[in-house]
Design a protein around this ligand. Sequence first.
Ligand SMILES: Cc1cc2nc3c(=O)[nH]c(=O)nc-3n(C[C@H](O)[C@H](O)[C@H](O)COP(=O)(O)OP(=O)(O)OC[C@H]3O[C@@H](n4cnc5c(N)ncnc54)[C@H](O)[C@@H]3O)c2cc1C
Length: 391
Amino acid sequence: MIEIIKDLCTGCGICTKGCPFGLIELKEKKVFIKEGCNFCGACVDKCKELAIKVKTEEIKFDTSNFSGTWVFIEQAESKLKGVGLELLGEGRRLSDELKTKLTAVLLGKKVKELAQALIESGADEVLVYDSPALSYYSDETYAEIFTKLIFERRPEIVLIGATPIGRSLGPRLAARLRTGLTADCTELKIDEEKRLVQIRPAFGGNIMAAIISKKRPQIATVRPRVMKPLPPNKQRKGKIIEIIENLSSIKPKVKRLDFIKESASGPGIEEVDIIVSGGRGLKAQENFKLLEELASLLGGAVGSSRACVDSNWISHLHQVGQTGKTVSPKLYIACGISGAIQHIAGMRGSDCIIAINKDPSAPIFDIATYGIIGDLFEIVPLLIKEIGKRQ
Ligand SMILES: Cc1cc2nc3c(=O)[nH]c(=O)nc-3n(C[C@H](O)[C@H](O)[C@H](O)COP(=O)(O)OP(=O)(O)OC[C@H]3O[C@@H](n4cnc5c(N)ncnc54)[C@H](O)[C@@H]3O)c2cc1C
């Protein structure tokens, strides 16, 4: 907190101009901090009388009785989503380093039979809560059950997919448990003090921030397709623990009336091996037809930069990048995309990148496996013609 030492304050008012948020006021020649102060300390440097101090208090949190890594397993209609298996692969690595247990947490209706696959994918144990009441995801019900399980069993790390469900569940857990959460991590590490280092892009993707939480559990969300799943091992053995809870005390305020699936035109970009992606260089919505033709010849899907989504040329379901989807296909063809850091964040994991751009200094060429300097309206039709001939 900010402390004003009244005896030293002369009421000069210099500090009022030093607050970037205009939250310091002068009343009867004394300084007062208004509500909303974020304790940045900018005012401290302004005061020549040393009348302003930032008071910090080290909060000691007992981390010793937390152990194990948990992974929230997302499923829909009794089918596992890929992100849970990817996080089990990463969780296995973290647990091996910490020499602790890896637990998969599986909630839903008719999900018991999925537990074995989670053990084969790296889990030491699976906590299964199989109930007709969990037939679809509900924030309140899932958050309540998950919080109770964490409270009773005290894992030190909880990993959740940065999907619409995970992004809704994670903060609810963190708030209920009064702990921290790092969203959209791209890398996880264990430091020498056995803490989880949660690495994610910050300031519009211009720097990578390494975040450490002092509290437990350390909760992190990770986007789909960022981590790699382990190859399934049928020989792996593990424990399946069925949870029985009385849900009658949970009274969700939201009820699902219907479920309407939004569909991208053609296959989803996360599901395919080849993506043909378009940027502002396409110039108009109708020119995406050219990319659709190439993608369909190659058995792939159409992706896009945010510039085209913002111009309403294509739906957000196709957007690749920091605020779109993270993809790692075998082949990514970037047509008329400059290669902004926020776009690259979502596709740099592709095995092979072909960039088509008429500007030889476009940053996309820095990460491209093959670069074609030229007009996409000449090159893409040539590719369509050649590939068409070979097929
Ligand atoms: C917080 C934040 C999050 C963001 N998230 C994302 C994100 O998730 N995904 C994303 O893509 N962007 C994102 N952006 C936007 C990003 O910074 C860029 O503005 C965007 O990626 C630019 O899109 P573009 O490459 O299509 O367009 P431009 O940067 O305008 O590039 C167009 C390119 O097309 C080339 N070109 C033009 N005509 C032709 C032609 N006939 N033939 C060949 N080449 C041609 C040009 O030389 C140029 O390099 C984000 C920005 C911020 C601040």
